[in-house]
Design a protein around this ligand. Sequence first.
Ligand SMILES: NC(=O)c1ccc[n+]([C@@H]2O[C@H](COP(=O)([O-])OP(=O)(O)OC[C@H]3O[C@@H](n4cnc5c(N)ncnc54)[C@H](OP(=O)(O)O)[C@@H]3O)[C@@H](O)[C@H]2O)c1
Length: 337
Amino acid sequence: MRVFQVENDWSMDNVRLTTRPDPVPGPGQVRVGMRAAALNYRDLLVPRRGYGSRMKALPLIMLSDGVGVVDRIGEGVKHLSVGDRVCPLFFQTWVDGPPTKPRLAQSLGSEVDGTMADFMVLPELGVAPAPAHLDAVEAACLGTAAVTAWRALVSEGGIEQDDTVLIQGTGGVSLFALQFAKLRGARTIVISSSDEKLSRVRRLGADETINYRKVPEWGRRAREIAGADGIDHVVDVGGQTTLPQSLRAIRVGGTISLIGVLGGGAMDVPLGPVVTRHVRLQGITVGCRADFVQMAAAMATHALKPVIDRVFAFTELRAALDHLAGGSHFGKIGITH
Ligand SMILES: NC(=O)c1ccc[n+]([C@@H]2O[C@H](COP(=O)([O-])OP(=O)(O)OC[C@H]3O[C@@H](n4cnc5c(N)ncnc54)[C@H](OP(=O)(O)O)[C@@H]3O)[C@@H](O)[C@H]2O)c1
């Protein structure tokens, strides 16, 4: 089978197309013939060993998102059949319940091989049914960014109708957050570096928008727009550079979901307001199988589809990663087999 893997040494230059023997499912496992994959910001960090010593020894098959069709079943598999269309799950052993160290120990495309292969062999509970209303590339986009946004806002965040949610950026996580916030009846404020992207998010239903390059004090502006005491929930993907403004924007007792550190990973904020204003800083690392299943059901009920920026061929992974690194994308970048 074809695979795209990091080989020999940790570097983007060593992300290469090669072949491996077709895998065979063991007891409790299924083999999935992969149809599509999708990129996440994380895939720019993986080739540089961005997740440290816990990562699998090389070679490592790239990417965490994908979709495929079950083509072989191992002994003892109970709930899946040949022909079922499934998405591999980001965390292979986090089925349900709260996060624990063992449940977070096996993520695709980091601790274990990822989705950039013609076939994957995975435990039965390491996959979940793909929503039927989505085509292959759309279904491939859900595993990481969509589950993260769902867990931040719904499973952990518990957002409610008429809450005001502030969403940073227009990448994968952010546009799913916008869609899920709208689904729950929340009012949304999106910030972006680009006026053109902001007009596109308004067409997707964003209620208010702010260009964070033109309005560096966007936290104060967002708080004014929210009225009352401020924002109920912030989806923070910037970390060090955005957290001070997120704290400006948040209401007493509000929640900031810390998801990404695009602007740096150090904590450089006055902590007094966190204490005195009862702010909940909530770290999120994707989510579990139950989150995926619940989110996929909601997307199917409301015929919700991911926003796809561009689709590349399997052999064009390096070009797709360059496109992601360029930052001009709006939503998800897909790969077809
Ligand atoms: N914790 C988790 O479970 C989890 C899961 C998925 C992703 N992440 C992290 O979340 C972040 C986003 O991931 P992604 O895959 O959605 O990336 P992405 O598709 O590349 O989107 C990133 C977007 O963030 C915006 N952005 C960049 N720098 C920013 C800044 N300093 N302030 C505000 N917005 C900024 C940009 O939007 P504009 O172009 O509109 O300005 C950019 O398009 C990454 O750090 C990633 O590692 C974490």
